[in-house]
Unconditional design. Structure first.
Ligand code: ZN
Length: 130
């Protein structure tokens, strides 16, 4: 298993991690298989979506905030219930096909870490299987 450690800079943001994952796939030597990507956290997530127009990630964050406001009526006393809920909605893992030594993503797709309770130091665990 490989690990990436990165620091987020805002409470909520989407960070594109596609090049970091591509580097790990290249170093792994896996030509054909699956890349499994996982975040071991309860207030961030992973998603695949458009990486061409930054308005898309802004819109996703905006709609999540409308649906699950930071200052809603929650029981969890830590004050970050919205982040836990958004994390579960987005999910903690992704699997992407590896073909010819590269990730098989659609033309407009990128892989994003979704931060909902930053700034924090986050880990991403990656395993390639052939
Ligand atoms: Zn909490």
């Amino acid at each position: 298993m490989e690990r990436i450690t990165l620091k987020t800079t805002r409470r909520q943001e989407f960070l594109e991690i596609t090049p970091l994952i591509e580097d790990i796939v290249a170093k792994s030597g896996t030509k054909n298989g699956i890349c499994h990507i996982y975040v071991p956290h309860t207030t961030c997530g992973l998603t695949i979506n458009e990486n061409a127009d930054p308005s898309v990630k802004a819109d996703i964050l905006s709609v999540l905030e409308q649906l699950i406001p930071e200052n809603g009526r929650y029981r969890h006393s830590e004050g970050n219930s919205d982040a836990h809920i958004k994390s579960s909605i987005m999910g903690h893992s992704l699997s992407v096909i590896i073909e010819g030594g590269s990730l098989r993503l659609g033309t407009w797709q990128g892989i994003f870490l979704c931060e909902f309770d930053g700034p924090r130091t986050r880990q991403i665990w990656i395993k390639t299987l052939s």
